[in-house]
Design a protein around this ligand. Sequence first.
Ligand SMILES: N[C@@H](CCC(=O)N[C@@H](CS)C(=O)NCC(=O)O)C(=O)O
Length: 234
Amino acid sequence: MKLYQTYASPFPTRVRLAIYAKGLDVEIIEPPGFHASTEAKGDYLKINPIGRVPTLVLDDGRALPESEVICEYLEDAFPEPALRPADAWGRARMRLLSRICDFYVVMAMVPLFNLSGRSRRHWTPEVVEGAATKVAEALGYLEAYIGEDGYAVGRALTQADGAIVPQLVLAAEWIPTVFGTPDPLPALPKLAAYWRAIQADPIAARLIRETRDAIAGVAAQAQEQAKAQAEAAV
Ligand SMILES: N[C@@H](CCC(=O)N[C@@H](CS)C(=O)NCC(=O)O)C(=O)O
C-alpha cells in the first residue's frame, strides 16, 4: 500500500498511528503542492480529486481519501491490534473526540494557519487573540471528554489519540510560540495530564516528534519564501 500524506498535516497523523501500531508495510509519499510549497498538485488530483491529504492507495490501485475513513478501513482490514475500544460507549467516545478535533479544534485554528503564511503586519492582535480564544474553547470540548488513564479513551492507544496528538502540538506549542498567545493547557487540567502522559507512549511520541519536525521545516520554508519576496520587492 501507499500513503500520500505530509507530516505537517494533522489529518494523516491518525493514519500513521494505525500503520505504526499495526506494523503495516506502507510506502509513505509526500505529494507536491502542500503547505509552503509553490508547486502544483499535478497528478495527485487524479489520485484524490478532493486534493487533500491523506490518501491511501491499495496494492491493486484503489484509492481512498479522508483520514477517518482510511482508519476505519485499516481497522476492518487489519483488526490487530485493535485501535477501537471493545465496547460501544468507548467507541462512541473515541469517535466523539476525533470529531471534536475535526469540526471544532481544526476549524478554530484555520485563521492562524492563514495568518502564518502572511506577513506580520497582518497579525492584528484582535484577530490573533480572537482565534486563540476560539482554539482554547475548542480544546475545552476535548477537556470534557478526554480519558484520565493516560490515553484518550481507556488504557491503550485508539484512533482518537491519533486525532488529538497533532492538534495539541499545534495548539499548545506552535500557536503560543509563533503568535505569543498563552499556553491553553494550564486552564485544562485533564487535557494537560493527558498531554504529559501520552508522550510516554512510544508510538504517540514518534507522531509528536514527526509533527514537531515537519512544522519546523514548513516554518523555515515559509521564512525563506518571505525573505525572497521581501528582497525581490526592494
Ligand atoms: N477531512 C479531511 C481533511 C484533510 C485536509 O484538510 N488536509 C489538508 C492538510 S491539513 C489539506 O490537504 N489541505 C489542502 C491543501 O493544503 O492544499 C481528512 O480527514 O482527511
